[in-house]
Design a protein around this ligand. Structure first.
Ligand SMILES: C[S@@+](CC[C@H](N)C(=O)[O-])C[C@H]1O[C@@H](n2cnc3c(N)ncnc32)[C@H](O)[C@@H]1O
Length: 298
């Protein structure tokens, strides 16, 4: 009876199974899933010659089946790499996207070496990938992360522990569709020692921005695994922008800046909403594909 299997042979078989089920990036997915199944610290490559136990081989084939049914690799692993760290995710959090790294990229270039202390607010924090990556990069900072979803705040706390950032973080359950949301944030800043003022120097936000009618058209990986509350932006995709922009100025210091991720086709609509609420569009930042992805406003 064979008790051990060669990693290269398993990879070849796994890739072929994923390919014939039309899974995109079959090589990468198979390598990650085999590494995860066998608890191997690094990613297993074709040239690695590793013995895989029967138990781990069975796990690998089980993961392949789940992947073929449409579950993203990050959901199988329960985590996703974002910027420079690995973030735990659960069924209540959005799977962090590389597009959102644009916010960190721009902010670290502008704020990293200033030496000043920054108070940061992350609206709709999810796994915490944006806010936590930021305060990890910009050392002299304190962060308030807020989300409507309690279970995503729990994961955010775990991620903050893993990154050793608990001493710079406070998080709270807040719903920006409630009239009192700004007031509630101000109360937190008054109570918590972490914050020295009730306004923020930097506000970041990746709100839900998919038009309700487009949700059905999303890929299975997104539609079936990302929570609806993190995707659905209402009829025109802009419900959350309207709710947040209305009184945003009340939360922003005089020289403060806000960075909002936007759907690549929403810019024209969002310009109108900014005007309505007397906010200035400073700059539009593009993502790696050249789409308008992040607006810088004050
Ligand atoms: C697109 S996800 C972004 C998550 C995370 N910032 C990221 O980039 O991966 C939007 C987040 O906003 C939160 N959210 C949705 N509606 C909200 C509301 N009314 N008030 C507060 N948070 C809300 C969702 O729970 C979700 O975590």
């Amino acid at each position: 009876m064979v008790d051990f299997f060669n990693s290269k042979e398993l990879l070849i078989d796994g890739i072929s199974k994923l390919k014939s089920s039309k899974i995109p990036n079959p090589e990468i997915d198979a390598r990650i899933l085999l590494s995860y199944a066998s608890n191997y610290q690094n990613t297993i490559y074709m040239h690695n010659d590793i013995s895989i136990s029967k138990k781990d081989k069975n796990k690998f084939y089980c993961f392949l089946d789940i992947r073929i049914q449409g579950k993203p690799v990050s959901r199988i692993l329960g985590s996703r790499n974002f910027w420079k760290s690995n973030f735990l995710i659960n069924k209540y959090t959005l799977d962090p996207r590389p597009d959102s790294e644009v916010i960190i990229d721009v902010l670290t270039k502008n704020f990293c070496n200033s030496g000043k202390h920054f108070q940061v607010l992350d609206l709709g924090s999810g796994s915490g990938c944006i806010g936590l990556s930021l305060i990890d990069e910009i050392k002299n900072t304190s962060l308030l992360s807020v989300d409507i979803c309690k279970q995503s705040l729990e994961i955010l706390n775990k991620n903050a522990h893993r990154l050793n950032l608990m001493n710079k973080l406070h998080c709270a359950q807040i719903n920006w569709f409630e009239n009192t949301w700004i007031e509630n944030i101000k109360i937190i800043t008054q109570k918590e020692k972490l914050f020295s003022k009730n306004k923020f120097d930097i506000i970041v936000c990746n709100p839900p921005y998919i038009k309700s009618s487009d949700i059905e058209k999303l890929q299975t990986e997104v539609k079936n695994y990302d929570p609806l509350v993190s995707l659905d932006g209402g009829i025109d995709g802009c419900d959350s922008y309207r709710a947040i922009f209305r009184d945003l100025r009340e939360l922003l210091t005089i020289d403060g800046v806000c960075f909002f991720e936007i759907g690549y086709d929403l810019l024209d609509n969002i310009k109108i909403i900014l005007k309505e609420f007397n906010l200035n569009l400073i700059k539009v930042h593009k993502d790696f594909y050249g789409h308008s992805r992040v607006i810088e406003i004050n």
